[in-house]
Design a protein around this ligand. Structure first.
Ligand code: GAL
Length: 642
């Protein structure tokens, strides 16, 4: 397969007289894809039922005739103003019961049936009209589900949907009362219609209640997406993608992935570092113009796995893209620095090295108006090339000469479970406990050791390809994963908090982690302020969280105060805390040594990724990096055939 580049374009933002020149310049730049349409509902259907397709026909034809392939977005993230007159209660309500109103985007509640019907209509009309259009070659559903924290809605529609969902799940209020433990605080229900959403109450809600609400809300995103994919598939054989947003975990992407041919994600490395990643100031300063050296790669590996859901391919072979790639300063983070020259090229190559089929820059031309006027594009508002233009051009040229880089299965697997993120958000038990960052710390340590990683869903049935498997923080191990672990011949490290709750969100008895063959139980847990580390005897510390274990399992690592830190039975290990960088690296290095897995500890900011054909090195540092006899400039990429 040939890896390709693309761009996001909004023909409705520009005079029609400009389209042909834009299209010709995109093609001359070496772009293959152009994504359009995802916010254009007010132009597709200016008044209810009065579709205006002619402008879109001409836009698609103009782009297509220039040699570009169109990714057509369904416009359901931006319902036009008239929609609210028809469905005044379609807005999501926030936790305080306030409507999230018109005037930006994503102003809808996933559970509103009237809005779903409107979505079905516009998607049907689009799919009928463009499902076989020769210039359209892929679809995108909606835009960034969950972005701007839009998964959870406390609306009447959500309450009705939640009650139905609970009735289907539990069948009787008694069963629900037992599952949630509602005898506590006299919370017992006798009718599903008495159950509210877990907001506007006096103090904390029952975690089981919130967990079911989170599962319900995730299912609502999945069914909203499926409504669209089912319609599109009736009219079109083109592959369907959705563009997920980085660091967004509000719904289960593996579940939506089962209905999509391609997973794609939107990569804004500098925005993420400034806005989303908890890291020391020194780290943020060093990488301010390059982005975190592991955050993009983590998402690449995650979405490669999400992209395998529909086909059932391995986590190494899923279909995935970057649908939006940061090209210059963005507008939405606390600080919006200019990328170091070369980063628009590095980010694209890193994605290809992790198996991306396509990388699309966001956006073609900077808009001089509205919310994103301070967001760079490949072109400036006056149509002159902005910095990333030349870098995209260079990538396009390099891709031409490069054989397909392919992907290969990694030796190391890391389990990622969206439901665990919800669980520990509901019950962190300590302010600094966050599942995503626990998993990310593990990922970062693996990458510092020069390892390639596949990220696996929590219902994985087969681990036989991996010599080392990590599953930190998975709140309930699925039966599938338990059997896969039991059959696994390699090393596995589980914990902290792995298997520490029942699916109903209770502490299991016998006490966790209840791993076959490992006689150890968690008899006490403690959370710690970030500046109270617990030293480990072998070096480094536990931070944020640790557990006290009892049992006869072999203690392979101790905290200096005598609590076991790692207990083992053969190659199965349970880790009783959240290691800091030093301890994490040491423990993972020891696991690799025991497995005979070769590591390549890398200098700060330098990262390595092996594709099926090449070894890539990426220098995220603002200074040159030396490695194995090569010097890689700041923001530079180096590759050698394997
Ligand atoms: C993404 C979004 C785009 C645009 C971009 C700006 O989250 O999908 O529409 O807003 O951010 O960085």
């Amino acid at each position: 397969m040939k890896r390709t580049l693309g761009v996001c374009y909004y023909p409705e933002h520009w005079p029609e007289t400009q389209w042909a020149e834009d299209a010709a310049r995109m093609a001359a730049l070496g772009l293959t894809w152009v994504r359009i349409g995802e916010f254009a509902w007010s132009r597709m259907e200016p008044t209810p039922g009065a579709y205006q397709w002619e402008w879109l026909d001409r836009a698609i034809a103009t782009l297509g005739q220039a040699g570009l392939k169109v990714v057509l977005g369904t416009p359901t993230a931006t319902p036009p103003r008239w929609m609210l007159d028809r469905h005044p209660d379609m807005l999501a309500l926030d936790k305080d019961g306030k409507p999230r109103g018109f005037g930006s985007r994503r102003h809808y509640c996933f559970s509103h049936q009237g809005y779903r019907t409107e979505c079905a209509k516009i998607v049907t009309a689009l799919a009928e009209r463009y499902g076989r259009n020769p210039f359209v070659a892929a679809w995108q559903t909606d835009n960034e589900y969950a972005c701007h924290a839009t998964t959870l809605s406390y609306s009447g529609a959500a309450r009705t949907g939640f009650r139905d969902w609970l009735a289907r799940k539990y069948q009787s209020p008694d069963a629900l009362n037992r599952a949630w433990g509602n005898v506590f605080w006299s919370m017992e229900y006798s009718d599903f219609n008495d159950i509210g959403l877990p907001n506007l109450i006096v103090t904390e809600p029952n975690p089981s209640h919130v967990m079911d609400f989170r599962r319900f809300a995730s299912d609502e995103v999945v069914s909203f997406n499926r409504l669209q994919t089912d319609i599109i598939r009736k009219h079109s054989a083109y592959p369907i993608a959705h563009n997920y947003m980085g660091a967004v975990t509000e719904f289960d992407h593996f579940a939506t992935g089962a209905d999509l041919d391609i997973a794609s994600w939107d990569s804004y490395p500098l925005g993420f570092l400034s806005d989303r990643i908890p890291a020391p100031q020194e780290h943020k300063r060093r990488f301010v113009r390059q982005g975190d050296p592991d955050f993009q790669a983590f998402h690449h590996d995650l979405y490669r796995s999400v992209g395998a859901r529909r086909s059932g391919a391995s986590a190494a072979e899923g279909r995935w893209w970057i649908m939006e790639q940061q090209p210059g300063p963005v507008n939405w983070a606390p600080f919006n620095p200019d990328p170091l020259p070369g980063m628009a090229r590095l980010w694209a190559w890193e994605a290809f090295a992790h198996g991306a089929e396509a990388v699309c820059y966001f956006r073609w031309r900077q808009a001089p108006f509205a919310q994103e006027q301070m967001h760079a594009g490949l072109l400036r508002p006056d149509s002159a090339p902005a910095q990333a233009f030349a870098e995209a051009e260079q990538v396009a040229k390099e891709l031409k000469d490069m054989p397909d880089v392919g992907t290969a299965r990694a030796d190391v697997a890391l389990v990622f479970d969206y439901a665990s993120d919800w669980a520990w958000e509901i019950q962190p038990q300590g302010r600094s406990f966050a599942y995503l960052w626990l998993v990310f710390d593990t990922y970062r340590a693996l990458r510092r050791l020069g390892l390639n990683v596949d990220i696996l869903p929590p219902d994985t049935t087969d681990l036989s390809a991996y010599r080392l498997v990590l599953a930190p923080g998975v709140f309930t191990l699925s039966d599938a994963l338990k059997s896969a672990l039991a059959a696994h011949k390699g090393t596995a490290i589980l914990g902290p908090r792995t298997n520490s709750k029942t699916p109903n969100f209770a502490i299991p008895v016998p006490l966790p982690p209840a791993l076959p063959g490992l006689d150890a139980k968690i008899v006490r847990v403690e959370s710690l302020p970030p500046d109270v580390p617990v030293p480990l005897a072998g070096g480094g510390n536990f931070q944020h969280w640790r557990e006290k274990l009892e049992g006869t399992a072999e203690v392979t690592e101790m905290a200096t105060d005598g609590w076991p830190a790692l207990v083992s039975s053969g190659k199965l290990h349970y880790l009783a805390g959240w290691p800091d960088d030093e301890a994490m690296t040491r423990l993972l290095q020891a696991a690799c040594d025991a497995e005979g897995l070769e590591t390549d500890p890398l200098p700060e900011g330098l990262r390595r990724r092996d594709s099926a054909t090449h070894r890539f090195l990426f220098n995220y540092n603002p200074v040159p990096a030396e490695w194995s006899g090569v010097t890689i400039p700041p923001g530079g990429v180096h590759w050698t055939p394997l």
